[in-house]
Structure formats: structure tokens, C-alpha cells
Design a protein around this ligand. Sequence first.
Ligand code: BDR
Ligand code: CA
Length: 308
Amino acid sequence: MAQKIIIDNDPGHDDAINLLLALASGELELLGITCVHGNVGLDRTTLNTLKILELAGKNVSVYAGADRPLLRDPINAESVHGKSGLEGPVLPNPTLALKSQRAAEFIVQSVLEYPNEVILVPTGPLTNIALALRLEPKIAPLIPQMVIMGGSTDFGNFSPAAEFNILADPHAASIVFSSGVPIVMFGLNVTHQVLATPARVDKFRQLGSKVAEAVVSLLEFFKLSYEKRYQFAGPALHDPCTVAYLLRPELFKLREMNVEIELGAGPSFGQTVCDVWGVTGKVKNARVAIEADADGFFELLLERVGRY
Ligand code: BDR
Ligand code: CA
């Protein structure tokens, strides 16, 4: 039986590739896609999600969620993803429409309908997930797992200490990380191991399909900021690590530890404080990815994109 999941995202180049990976994978049953503010505003993240579904030729329900963080002022990542959030490819206009139900309500309803069966996969700020947990606290023990892209065991990207998804709503992240739901965390420490180098991108180019062409354009635009800021050989595929993990957990090495979110005002605001060595003795609330088999990851992604 396929694994039921809900992806909560803010496309975003890497969110878009994550969706394409999930949509091509019969092992997963995508109950719905919820959208959140993040890389760009909610109006764009919802539109971008619908455009990716159109490109993929798939019909999945899409729900709009929070258009701002719980408490802090909004930030965005237009500097990385461009004004639209998906600069690069020319994408088809959507024929699907958004559902009227709000994201948090849809998450609550799905978890109650399928207790212990729905894995949540958030790849943007955690506002929708925190709202769902607050809306119906009964759902926390009924969620078997959350596979999150966010945080880092060491450095940040939007501040020296904080990764974008967590920094964009640290209060929501704190609610999620203290919810008791088993968490698998993909932070920058591991996603920066998964780089779309020119040789890897060429293999997607050779596929020649419409979807593969879009993936190449996404990667070509996405690489610009990675060359400029990090001098990397290609962009880091943060978000697709989540779905790749669900499909092939053996591609990643995880380590269990306590993770809490720094909420104090100051240079570490939004940091995922990772107790790698267990010095606090606090409960190990997350399994944190520390190593990726990047070649294996790209083999999987190439094979799945090749299905379109
Ligand atoms: C995360 O931030 C966003 O820009 C990406 O989509 C990813 O989810 C990486 O820090
Ligand atoms: Ca994202």
C-alpha cells in the first residue's frame, strides 16, 4: 500500500523538484499539497504549486495556508528564487483551482481521517504545521512522522546561525519541534552535500522531455546564487532530500538528538540548536540527517524524472 503523505511547501526551485519527484512515485499517495508563505508570498507559492501540477499533468488538491509567520515580521528568499519564486522555466498556466479549505484544517482533517498513516513533509516555513497542531492538539500523537527540510547542525544561510525555513517562522518551528511528533530533519549540513553539478544536470538534459527541460531550467537558475554566494559546483537540492528519504531511506545516514529552536532576539535567532553529542540529556526529539549518498540521490531523481 502506498504511503500517505501531505507536502507543505513554498515553491521555490527545490520545492518544485521535490513535488515532481513525489508525483512520479507510486510508492507515495499524495493526499494534498498545502502552501505557505516563504520563498515568496502565499499568492505566488500557491500559483507555483498549481503550475507544477499542470506541468506534471497531475491532479492533486492544493490548499492555501498562512500568508505570514505567527509572530515575527515576514521575510522572503527572492534573492535566491527570483521575484516569482520559480524564475527560469516557462511554465504552463494552471487549469486546476485552489481548494477553499484552509491548509491547517485540511491537515487536521486528513490526520483524523487516517490516524497514524499520514506523514507530513514540510519544505517551507512551519507556520501551517504549527497552526494545525494548535487547531487540534489531538493530532500530534496520530502523526507517525514528519520529514522536514529546515535548520542545520552547524551554519545558517539567512543568518550566520539560522536556515531560511526556520528563520522565517522560528515560533512555529518551536511548536513543531516540541510537539512530540517523530521528526526527521534535513538541514543544510546534509543538503549542501547534494549538489546538482553540471555533469549531473546534463543527464537531465539528455532526457529531452518537457518536464526534464523544466527541471534543467530550474537548476540553471537556481545555481546562480549558489555560485555567487558559496562558490559551489551547483545548487543544493535541499527540499527533494525529504521525498528521496521516504523513497530510499538508505541514501541518508541519520543521528538521533535533541533539537530546539533559539527564540531569543540576537544573532542566533532561529537557529536549530542541535545537541549532537547529547550533552544536555534532553529528550532526543529528532533524527537528523548527517550524511547523504549524493550519487544515489541523483540516480533516483533522474530515474523518476525520466518517467514523465
Ligand atoms: C530552504 O529555503 C528555501 O529557499 C528552499 O526552498 C529550502 O526549502 C533552504 O534553506
Ligand atoms: Ca522550500
